[in-house]
Ligand binder design. Structure first.
Ligand code: NAD
Length: 435
């Protein structure tokens, strides 16, 4: 099929390449000329394992190209994906201006009878409004939320856990739109991946509910960690023990500095704003609490750092291991690691940040921080070390070897990823979160 993908960021670029991998003829559209130039040259504008290899391969087939100016090419396209950003606005709700602009582009160029498929994460009620606009040109809309995880984006796009379609209320329109999207995802559906067909509001809410549930799990265990700290319990053992219950599960029960990134924080705030708007007060309260617990985790780590250097951070040499919001990504949007690093620097510490992938991005956004990509060099002279992104290469550090370069053997494990016994045996003062 002929496909366009409007918005080629973390989601859209991977989606475009994966659709070409499935055999479709894909036009990636983005307003960012630098991004389009990089993608067209086979260079990934961000770090995502396996993506650049896939991009190069599918560009070579001639089935994928990128442009900032689709012009008449849109008229030949059967199905248009929308993958533009929906960042947080000043009120906490999602900013839909990029989605609106994408719809305007499509209204100007897409052919009547084509189908638009929304993948961006939007507040409940958005699809109904957009469908009305598109109906003026006889273009149908499906809302097809995306669940990919950065770091696993290629595999998650080609082999998702589930596929959700929010379809129009009219049964004939729904059938036609569904058939078009089924044709795009034929290989995935043949693999037996569950497909849930529902209405627009449910499809929109599935996405924000999923992210809010994951965020709630993280904030729950972080709140438990606080009690464990004061009661003398170990939250990691507690999480292992409750995680054996299949109704609970161990994943997302890792206490630490909390969640960040381009999705979870903004998605819980957007759902909170929707809940407020619709009078769902308990949901709004719950999400507000999930958010405040998460923000307080960062305060706690900053306070812990202050305590461990004796109360005054000014001039103290601190090494932060990690800048990306999670391993296997260079995404630093609302990254807890980078937030803590900046706050310690603002409080006068001499901060060195180490990360295997995110440093080029950090150099642009935080030029005041000292950056070092080699962990051994980053640790040299440190009076305090904080592990804030659990990259494998940091978790695998040998505590005895790490001890050789530092000025003081003090480590705060902000991800509870290290073995406290091994680090203490090597002479380190070790502090985790709730253990
Ligand atoms: P992003 O900021 O990386 O990418 C958005 C892209 O859209 C940018 O390249 C931007 O230049 C482009 N853009 C903006 N306006 C445009 C326009 N009018 N026409 C064409 N291009 C335009 O954001 P992202 O992380 O890819 O997220 C996109 C959406 O997908 C968001 O709603 C997000 O919540 C959702 N989502 C993201 C992920 C993820 O892991 N990143 C996962 C699931 C869902």
């Amino acid at each position: 099929m002929k496909i366009s993908v409007v918005g080629c960021g973390y989601l859209g670029a991977v989606h475009a390449a994966c659709m070409a991998e499935l055999g479709h003829d894909v036009l990636g559209i983005d307003v960012d000329e630098t991004k389009v130039a990089a993608l067209s040259a086979g260079r990934a504008p961000f770090y995502e394992p396996g993506f650049e290899e896939l991009l190069t391969r599918v560009l070579g087939t001639g089935r994928l190209r990128f442009t900032t100016a689709p012009g008449d090419d849109l008229a030949d396209v059967d199905l248009h994906f929308i993958a533009v950003g929906t960042p947080q606005s000043g009120t906490g709700a999602a900013d839909l201006s990029y989605v609106d602009a994408a719809i305007t582009t499509l209204l100007a160029g897409a052919a009547p009878g084509s189908v638009v498929v929304g993948k961006s994460t939007v507040p409940v009620g958005t699809a109904t409004q957009l469908a009305d606009r598109l109906a003026e040109r006889d273009i149908a809309l499906v809302w097809n939320p995306e669940f990919l995880r950065e770091g696993f984006a290629v595999a998650d796009t080609l082999h998702p856990d589930r596929i959700v379609y929010g379809v129009p209320a009219d049964p004939t329109d729904a059938q036609e739109a569904q058939a078009a999207l089924d044709a795009v995802y034929r290989d995935l559906l043949e693999e037996g991946i569950p497909r849930i067909v529902t209405d627009y509001p449910t499809a929109e809410l599935v996405k924000t509910a999923a992210n809010s549930f994951l965020a709630t799990k993280i904030s729950f265990i972080n709140a438990m960690a606080h009690l464990c700290d004061t009661a003398g319990a170990d939250v990691t053992v507690l999480a292992d023990a409750i995680g054996h219950d299949p109704r609970i599960g161990r994943r997302f029960l890792q206490a630490g500095v909390g969640f960040g990134g381009g999705c979870l924080p903004k998605d819980i705030r957007a759902l909170q704003a929707s809940a407020d708007l619709h009078g769902a007060v308990h949901l709004a309260d719950l999400l507000g609490r999930v958010d405040s617990i998460n923000r307080e985790q960062r305060d706690r780590i900053v306070e812990l750092a202050r305590t461990h250097v004796g109360g005054d951070l000014s001039g103290r040499a601190i090494t932060i291991l990690g800048a990306a919001f999670k391993p296997l990504s260079d995404d630093v949007r609302d990254s807890p690691a980078l937030d803590v690093a900046s706050r310690l620097a603002d409080l006068g510490a001499e901060v060195t940040v180490c990360d295997p992938q995110a440093l080029p991005v950090v150099a642009r956004s935080h030029p005041h921080l000292t950056l070092e990509d080699d962990p051994r060099a980053a640790l040299k002279g440190a009076e305090l070390v904080l592990l804030l992104t659990e990259w494998d290469q940091f978790v695998a550090l040998d505590p005895a070897e790490a001890a050789t370069g530092v000025a003081e053997r003090v480590i705060i494990d902000g991800r509870n990823a290290l073995d406290p016994v091994a680090w203490r045996e090597a002479g380190w003062t070790y502090a985790g979160v709730g253990r």
